[in-house]
Design a protein around this ligand. Structure first.
Ligand SMILES: Cc1cc2nc3c(=O)[nH]c(=O)nc-3n(C[C@H](O)[C@H](O)[C@H](O)COP(=O)(O)OP(=O)(O)OC[C@H]3O[C@@H](n4cnc5c(N)ncnc54)[C@H](O)[C@@H]3O)c2cc1C
Length: 401
């Protein structure tokens, strides 16, 4: 433990409560990873159960200028929840209450540690529906989904997490608790701080409560599996009746679940077949998907990697996977050129380097491929306004100067 931490720990214990503060190895290890293969150890773990404790934590962190890294389930795949230079990991998993579900207003008030799937079950019992459904929906939290603006298969039709957040309760870096947004479907008072926090990867504020927009539960769900001869046909004006080689209909909820279970396994199946795998969630206008896939194949061939693509084609969001049967320093270095070339192609096609996984630490060196200098400068100023001491999830999104 760093020498000056003794004082910080005793202050945390006396103001937040002994049982919410951890420094033992077992606990620190449980928070040193996320959905990447990277490992960074925190110095302290805090697991609060209410916003007052989060606020106290930030006041102490401000006093000692110590980094605080908000964390949900740790399924993020760009390193957003990793304590890259140590500090305090703030786990929001204990704040996991669904506070209310209002059938008339069609809203839910939830704490950030609620698991996405638990929310789905709770609202569907009342005939309501919360569409955002990342493939990690049985583990990832609403707080993490908000911080990453997570999407999933249903987002093609219904939109991403952002489209279902009406308002937030947040704790700022100095410990101030404040509300953003509205409880209503409409609201245009002042700047849209809610939308600024959504997708900000825990770098601007800590979400301690969310007001979610719900919609009526769809009366019927039809799930089809269609086969096309090539991606060009699919990305064009594909007509199931005329262009699909075959179409399978999931005739029961069990069969539907089986289809989706196969889809959710893609990631692991690709990983199992190689020593080294990396993937990017680039997104292009749907008409450009064939060019993106063709380009990805060429990049893979040029650098001697294998390439597998799947994703949310209706959103233009392709999970471009590259694998190698071997992993060493040269291959890892070569993978950086692969990623850079893929991102350059994506932006050239009018796309974005991240459709849903965020920038975190794994993509920050590529930020300038998509954003202008002016845009990065402006965004850094926004970060400074929210977090002048740079203690809230620092060293994320923007590359070090
Ligand atoms: C198998 C698998 C499948 C996945 N599929 C998808 C998918 O289909 N779509 C998709 O979008 N993503 C997907 N992901 C990525 C990941 O699940 C999402 O980014 C998810 O939203 C992260 O939620 P989490 O609770 O695990 O957050 P964490 O990983 O713990 O944190 C992610 C980021 O959110 C911040 N954060 C967490 N909670 C808060 C809070 N309360 N306030 C402020 N900041 C906070 C953290 O600081 C960090 O920057 C997948 C990941 C895995 C491992």
């Amino acid at each position: 433990m760093k020498p000056h931490f003794g004082k910080i720990i005793s202050e945390l214990r006396s103001s937040i409560g002994q049982k919410f503060i951890y420094t033992d190895n077992e606990k620190l290890e449980a928070y040193n990873f996320d959905g990447t293969d990277l490992r960074y150890w925190p110095d302290i773990v805090v697991e609060p159960e209410n916003r007052g404790q989060v606020s106290q934590l930030m006041k102490i962190a401000t006093k000692y200028r110590i980094p605080v890294i908000p964390r949900g389930a740790g399924t993020g795949v760009t390193g957003g929840a990793l304590p890259v230079k140590g500090g305090i990991v703030l786990s929001l998993l204990r704040m996991n209450k669904i506070l209310s579900i209002d059938e008339i207003n069609m809203t839910a008030f939830v704490e950030p540690g609620v698991i996405n799937l638990d929310l789905h079950h709770a609202v569907s019992e009342k005939g309501l529906y919360y569409p955002p459904d990342p493939a990690s929906y049985d583990t990832s939290t609403i707080g993490g989904n908000i911080a990453e603006d997570a999407g999933g298969p249903h987002c093609f039709k219904y939109g991403t997490t952002r489209d279902y957040i009406l308002g937030l309760e947040i704790v700022l870096s100095d410990g101030t608790i404040m509300n953003t947004g509205v409880q209503t479907r409409k609201g245009v008072v002042g700047y849209d701080l809610t939308n600024l926090i959504v997708g900000s990867e825990g770098t601007l504020a800590i979400v301690t409560k969310a007001i979610l927009r719900l919609i009526p539960l769809p009366a019927r769900t039809i799930t089809l599996l269609a086969f096309f001869s090539d991606i060009q046909t699919l990305a064009g004006d594909a007509c199931f009746q005329n262009d699909a080689l075959d179409v399978l209909l999931a005739e029961s909820s069990e069969k539907r679940e089986n289809l989706w279970a196969v889809r959710r396994k893609f990631r692991d199946l690709i990983k199992e077949r190689s020593q080294f795998k990396f993937s990017e969630d680039v997104t292009v206008p749907i008409r450009q998907i064939p060019q993106l896939i063709e380009g990805a194949r060429k990049i893979a061939a040029k650098h001697e990697f294998q390439n597998y693509n799947y994703g949310h084609l209706g959103d233009g969001n392709v999970h471009v996977n590259f694998t190698h049967h071997h992993k060493d320093e040269t291959i890892v270095r070569r993978s950086e050129s692969v990623v850079r070339e893929l991102f350059e192609l994506t932006v050239k096609l009018g796309g974005t380097i991240s459709g849903e996984h965020g920038i975190g630490i794994t993509k920050m060196n590529f930020l300038e491929i998509e954003l202008s200098k002016k845009s990065i400068e402006l965004q850094k100023k926004i970060k400074q306004v929210f977090d002048p001491l740079n203690i809230l999830n620092p060293f994320k999104i923007f590359p070090p100067e």
